[in-house]
Design a binder for this molecule. Sequence first.
Ligand SMILES: [Cu+2]
Length: 576
Amino acid sequence: MFTRRTLLRFSVVSAAGLALPPALYRAAGLPAAAPPGPLTTAVPHRHYVAPTGPSAVQGSTVPVPLLPKARPSGANAFRIAARAGTVQMHPTLGRTRVFGYDDGSGRGVTTPGYTIEVVKGTPTSVTYVNALPARHLFDNEVPDYMHAGSPVRMSTHLHGGHVAGSSDGNPYENLAEYVPGQMQNVVYPNEQNATLLWYHDHSDQITRLNVYAGLAGLYLIRDGADTGAEPNGLGVPGGGYEIPLVLADRQFDSSGQLFYSPDSSWLPEFFGNTPLVNGAAQPYLAVEPRIYRFRILNASNARFWNLTIQGAPPTVQIGSDGGLFTRPVPIDRLLLLPAERADVLVDFSRFAGQTLTVTNPDLPSDVSSPAPPLPTVMEIRVGRRVTKPGPRGFPAALPGSMPALGAPSLTRNITLEEVENPDTGEPEYGSLNGRKFMDARGVQETPRLGSTEDWRLVNLTEDTHPIHLHLIQFQIMDRTPFDADAYTTALAAARAANPDAPNPDPTPYLTGPAALPDGNERGWKDTVRANPGQVTRIRMRWTLPAGATPPQRYVFHCHILEHEDNSMMRPLELVP
Ligand SMILES: [Cu+2]
């Protein structure tokens, strides 16, 4: 049976149908008024679907670019300027205007940005310079949020970084942000595990536009075993056989320029019809018939990738967001939500001379996204000759560790909600705990330094949300089905009696046994998918980098950037 949503998912949605009164939006920098929003049960709603038809490019005709490393500006120091520029994503598109990063080396603006590579144990200083133009790339398209004529704000966040609040680049720590001509100086301690992090813009309400325009880059932490060279102490590929892959989806207009919604109001999600890998449109990757290491990031605004490789070459995942696993985990697909990373080994030994398509089939049944299909990502062309053999097999063990964190001293029930316009039924904003980001009642999540907590993510919406906590890496404990309608009714009753009522304990509403996370989710995570109809439980220990003392200010939020920008974000404050 077709629901309204299934029909809408595959049809073009009129822009006018989504118009919302401007009064819903607050001026940048001003706290929102704080009436508790109307709480309604999830209803089908509209999502934006490409008006431009099929992918902007045909076939796979451009190679995957290798991302250049940033050149330091001094000892353990980098100076990264955000600038406007043009790049070629595909010959069909010509030169596309972007916002990207410039490391000052004379190589110009790139997107994804220059990869900052550092070594664990040595702090890195970065100066991010706002050298963006006065007008935003999408100034015309989104006047409500850009406040046309106002300067293009930016604030750069190191996603997954264990850093002091003052270096975190989040809008709770610094709502003023950085306008053209201003610099953001940060220190990254690099005390955490070797892993792949990423830096990206995190400006209040315009993150989706700044990141879509191109403001994202990789941050790679190495250590004595994970050197990136070959051979190395991990027994994994290195050198040219370790390839970071940044995945995103985009739309282009007829002149090859980036297209974001022409709607002047907020869209619940924006999906592209053209895959980008390392900034190239639907490219191919030439490999040798041997083992490779791929460091994969989903840098999309809203799209979930469920990657599979045609022919099913042997594949193991060796690490997640926060570092290496204890042992490789065999996988036959890789589900990555926005901001998630995976460290993956693929053995192409038996595929010499073959071309393998990387596809993006339907999501698993418990994962829900309104994205229109985008079934083909890229090609992998396996050559016939091995230049350097590299490791003969996958390592049997890895140096990661996942210690039990012990019983939590506090359990928080965090609700994921979508607030609809009571007249139109259209989504007005996303919310955590039924409150907007800058709700005047202030911060609720104030974990104590050194404490261990469980967070139960109670998803009352009909879609899966990638929930990201700043500062720490956590462990996914389990996911348990629950009666969202009954919980929603109880929550509404509690709020009707007291607008400040705490969220009810979901335990009485659980409807089935807890399921352990997937095998490749049993490593350190900073972003977790919270599915509809499930309570997702995560456990974390609240620590600060050396020298940082509480209080320190962070945020947690949905990493669907359209959700984050429209209030599916809350402050988080670490206290003594
Ligand atoms: Cu979300």
